[in-house]
Design a binder for this molecule. Structure first.
Ligand code: PLP
Length: 378
């Protein structure tokens, strides 16, 4: 057997929606993007959503919305994908690496308190593997320190924490639809907020800065027939080519109808894994998985003899991964290094196992059997 680590769940429904876009011959930023944004807002329970071409772009623009003075600091977890800490750098801000919680592997609320200083302007929690950060406590802490909260919800789509959708707790939430994430549009991302005014300029920034709402200034320039001048736009701010397009949105509209079912299926698989872990503690669950209303993107275990374990599974055709090398160990982020002892210790034991909605029970049991035979085959 050969078992992949992640696999997107796409088929007939997505193809039908793509065909629809082909038939209308709108492939770029068009009506499907608007439809997907509205459906996403309704699904997540937020006022406004802006579709972009990745979560990396979403995080960049989300942070730009606040127009923080350059050189200010943004608190980010040490154990995450690089995009989280790139966002401050894109915006001329400094990432401050915060250690992780030993149990949840997400940003540590205790270390946040230690790393905070008055130059900090925002905090970017990541729901690691999809496990929710205690957002009630984090948001309260951030408010008390006058910090904005940008939720990096790349690992989570459709999950809830205390009944409220993950990614809608902070000032802005960012989602990823990259091919390996909870749902996919090939590549893609979404920016969400209850503050529609805050997101409004981002619609221009994602589209090279083009602003079509400038008619009044245009009229002042003595051009008077609106119909003859519909080509007119102005650019007043730096912009990016970050828009989602109608092809991505077509796939997204189909994926959104399947997202809950895919999350429920991933919960079943996680429960099957958890029930099959060896009693001797040689391979332990990495997280306190709570498989209800969740949206776990990855299933991870902690293994002391990681290399041996990875090779043991590889021999049986099972792909594994490691998420992540702590960011402070990348040359780019070394200048921002700080004390993150838990991340530095725990990451050496983490192994990510196959998890995707189309993984069968038989395949899951095959992985479980391979885990159980670890250590017994020399
Ligand atoms: C995948 C990921 C991103 C970036 O998502 P893209 O859509 O690939 O740009 C950002 N943050 C985290 C935590 C991620 O895992």
């Amino acid at each position: 057997m050969n078992i992949r680590l992640f696999k997107p769940s796409v088929g007939k429904e997505e193809l039908e929606r793509i065909e629809d876009s082909f038939n209308s011959a709108w492939l770029g930023l068009g009506p499907k993007v608007g439809e997907f944004e509205q459906k996403w807002s309704a699904y997540a329970g937020c006022k406004e959503s802006v579709g972009v071409n990745s979560c990396t772009a979403a995080l960049h623009l989300a942070l730009s919305a606040f127009r923080f003075p350059r050189g200010k600091k943004v608190l980010v977890p040490a154990l995450t994908f690089a995009a989280t800490a790139m966002a401050p750098l894109y915006n001329g801000l400094e990432p401050v690496f915060v250690d992780i919680d030993e149990d949840t592997l997400s940003i540590s609320l205790d270390d946040l308190e230690r790393k905070y200083d008055p130059d900090c302007v925002a905090v970017m929690p990541v729901h690691f593997a999809g496990h929710p950060v205690p957002m009630d406590r984090l948001v309260a802490w951030a408010k008390a320190h006058n910090l904005k909260v940008i939720e990096d919800s790349a690992h989570s789509a459709g999950g809830k924490y205390k009944g409220k959708t993950i990614g809608t707790w902070g000032d802005i939430g960012c989602f990823s639809f990259e091919e390996k994430k909870c749902m996919t549009t090939g590549d893609g991302g979404m920016i969400c907020s209850d503050d529609a005014e805050l997101l409004k300029p981002l619609r221009h920034s994602r589209w090279v800065g083009i602003n079509k709402d400038t008619w009044q200034r245009y009229e002042a320039n003595a051009l008077n027939d609106r119909d003859a001048n519909s080509w007119y736009y102005e650019i007043s701010d730096i912009g990016y080519k970050y828009n989602m397009n109608d092809l991505m949105a077509s796939i997204g509209l189909a994926q959104l109808t399947k997202l809950d079912a895919m999350n429920r299926r991933r919960e079943e698989i996680i429960r099957r894994y958890e029930a099959g872990l060896p009693q001797d503690g040689s391979v332990r669950s990495a997280l306190p998985y709570e498989t209800q209303d969740s949206s776990y993107w990855a299933y991870m275990v902690r293994v002391a003899e990681r290399e041996k374990f990875i090779l043991h599974l590889k021999k049986q055709g099972i792909a594994t991964g490691v998420h992540y090398l702590p960011l402070t160990k990348h040359p780019l982020f070394v200048p921002y290094r700080s004390d993150t002892p838990v991340a530095d210790r725990v990451w050496t034991q983490l192994v990510t196992l196959p998890l995707f909605a189309d993984l069968t029970d038989e395949e899951t049991d095959y992985v479980v059997a391979a885990i159980q035979s670890f250590g017994t085959d020399g």
